[in-house]
Design a protein around this ligand. Sequence first.
Ligand SMILES: CC(C)(COP(=O)(O)OP(=O)(O)OC[C@H]1O[C@@H](n2cnc3c(N)ncnc32)[C@H](O)[C@@H]1OP(=O)(O)O)[C@@H](O)C(=O)NCCC(=O)NCCS
Length: 332
Amino acid sequence: MTRTAHIISTARYLPQRKVSNGELTERFAALGIPDVIDKFGTSTGITQRFYAPDDWATSDLALPAAKEALRRACLRPEDLDLIVFGTDSPDYLTPDTSVVLQYKLGAKNAGTFDVGCACASFPTAIALAAGLIATNAGIKNVLVVGAYMMRKLSDPNDPVCFFYGDGAGAAVLTSGSLQGFIGAAMQADGAYHAHWGIYSGGTFEPASAASIKAGRTQVRLVKPYPPEVNHEGWPRLFKRLAAENEFTPDDVDQILFTQVRKPSIAIAAQGCGVPVEKCHTIMEKYGYTGSACIAMALDDAIEVGKIKRGDLVVMIGSGVGYNQSAVALRMT
Ligand SMILES: CC(C)(COP(=O)(O)OP(=O)(O)OC[C@H]1O[C@@H](n2cnc3c(N)ncnc32)[C@H](O)[C@@H]1OP(=O)(O)O)[C@@H](O)C(=O)NCCC(=O)NCCS
C-alpha cells in the first residue's frame, strides 16, 4: 500500500510582549546609533517583533503551538509516533529540544529528533517526516515544529537584534493514500559558515571566560550574505524542485519563503515566475522568526484564507551556513 504524508493541521504561537521598531530606535539612539533601526526597517519591511518571558526556553514557545496543532488534528499527545523539531536556538547544546518537548507534551509513544539547519529547518523537517511516514508502517502521526528564540542568544547592544523575534509554528502530518507531500530539494554552500552564527560554545571553541567577554557565545552577523544567495538561490532551487516533481510555476498556489527581507521575496518570486501576490509574508507583523517563520507563515496563510484544501504549496527556507531547503505539498 502506498503511504503518503499529509498535513492535517497547523498552529502557531506568538508571545505577548510586542517590541516596536520605535522602542528599539530609542534604545539604539541612546547608544549613539539613532538611524540603524530605521534603515533596517526600510530595507526589510519588519516593523515589530514579539518577546517571550525571560525565563522561557525554546521548548516553552513550541509547547502551545504543538498543543494547538494536536487539538486541531483531533489527536492526543500519546497518538504521536514522532516529533521532529527544527531550530538553531535550542534549549541546550545537547540533549535535543525535541525530547524536552516530548516530555512537556506528554507524547510518551513518540520518538524524537532535532533538525538544526537554521532557518531551513522547517521544510527540511517536513521532508524528513514525509519520508519516514512513506517508508515505515509504524510511523503514522508526526508532529513537526519550528521554534526560534535567537533573541535570547543575541547581544541586546548589537543592532542585528532588530531581526530576532520569538515564535513557534507546528504541523501535524499523518499517512494516507492521497497525494499530499510531493517532493523536496536542497542545496548548500558551507563556504559561508563563518558569516553568521554562534562561534563559541561548541567544539570549535568551548565557552570560556575570554569568549564570553568577547561576545563570541552570542549570535553574530560577522559578514552579510551577498543578496544573490537568496535572490538567485531560491529561484534556482524552486526550478529544480518543479522540474524534478513535474509541476510548473502556474500550478503553484503559494510559495512561503524565509521571512527576513520583504524586497528579497519580491525579487525571488519574479525569478520563480510566480506572482508576488502568491507569496504570503508575515515578517512585517511578527518580525523575523528564523526557524519558526515558515511554519508560522503556513498557519497564518491558512488562517487568512490564502491557502486552501487542494492548493499546491511550496516552502523555501534559507538558513545560515548556508543551507537552503524546499518542499512541495498538496494541501488535503
Ligand atoms: C540580514 C539582511 C536581511 C540585512 O539586510 P539589509 O537590511 O538590507 O542590510 P544592510 O546590510 O544593507 O544594512 C542596512 C543599513 O544598516 C546599516 N547597518 C548594518 N549593520 C549595522 C550595524 N551593525 N551598525 C550600524 N549600521 C548597520 C548598513 O550600513 C546599511 O546602511 P546604508 O543603507 O546607509 O548603507 C541581509 O543581509 C540578508 O538578506 N541576508 C540573508 C538573510 C538570510 O537569508 N540568512 C540566512 C542565510 S542565507
